[in-house]
Write a new protein. Structure first.
Length: 247
């Protein structure tokens, strides 16, 4: 099953994934992700094409195995399938990102990742909107998100959701300069985050990718790669803790 979904995953890596529930790879050159899953339809080709637009200086990709007892996924789920809709709306519950935490290896304690997070009407607005939950899953939909990030400051991202009838993706692109220690670390549209949810019976394969084209600061970009992994792990934890399937 794993080799069919993640063809780039080597056997030793698959063994680690099964044993630990996650596997992460870092890279610091402009190469495509090696662990990217095979998705239904042409969704994988579309997302890989988006990633190729960046000249990557940092890449982080993680696979997480989430047991979900009772999850039953048909080969082609309808747009109003209750279980798929619950998964989709979990990814659209943006306000619940507020206050999520991650473990800081440098500080050896938990830290808040997002001090605030909410949906906005457009990139030039600040008024919060309710979470845009859906009754049926559209094939593609876009929203704007404001986040107050405790590492990179206040920023706005565009979020694009896609549904293939089997897999769900959330793709985030920064529309603000992301600053580190007041320095412009990532320019506009130079950071992509892709969260892919691949449901199978009783399990969800959760894949996360962050690719960044950074301004070079004497190697600090490599030192900050853990920050991007921490974001992925926190986003996975947020998703797994907030997911609730209908009875």
């Amino acid at each position: 099953m794993l080799s069919a979904v993640f063809p780039g995953l080597r056997q030793t890596e698959a063994n680690q994934l099964i044993k630990e529930g996650e596997f992460t790879r870092f890279f610091y050159e402009d190469t495509p992700p090696l662990l990217f899953p095979r998705l239904s339809g042409d969704l994988d080709e579309l997302l890989l094409e988006e990633i190729s637009r960046l000249s990557l200086t940092i890449g982080v990709e993680s696979i997480f195995l989430l047991p979900v007892p009772g999850l039953s996924v048909p080969d082609e789920a309808s747009a109003d399938n209750e279980q798929m809709l619950a998964i989709y709306n979990t990814l659209r519950s943006i306000s619940s990102l507020k206050g999520i935490e991650y473990y800081s290896a440098s500080r050896k304690r938990m830290r808040t990742l997002f001090k605030d997070a909410y949906v906005i009407a457009g990139p030039d607005t600040v008024a919060p909107l309710p979470d845009p939950l859906e009754d049926t899953i559209p094939e593609e939909n876009s929203i704007y998100i404001f986040q107050q990030d405790m590492t990179f400051g206040k920023n706005v991202s565009q979020a694009v959701y896609r549904y293939s009838g089997r897999d769900i993706s959330l793709s985030l692109t920064n529309l603000s300069v992301m600053r580190y220690a007041l320095l412009p670390f990532v320019r506009e549209q130079k950071m992509q985050t892709h969260l892919l949810v691949l449901p199978v019976d009783n399990w969800i394969f959760f894949y996360g990718f962050i690719g960044v084209e950074t301004v070079s600061f004497l190697g600090i970009e490599k030192k900050k790669s853990d920050s991007f992994y921490n974001r992925l792990k926190a986003l996975y934890t947020w998703f797994s803790e907030n997911l609730s399937l209908p009875k």
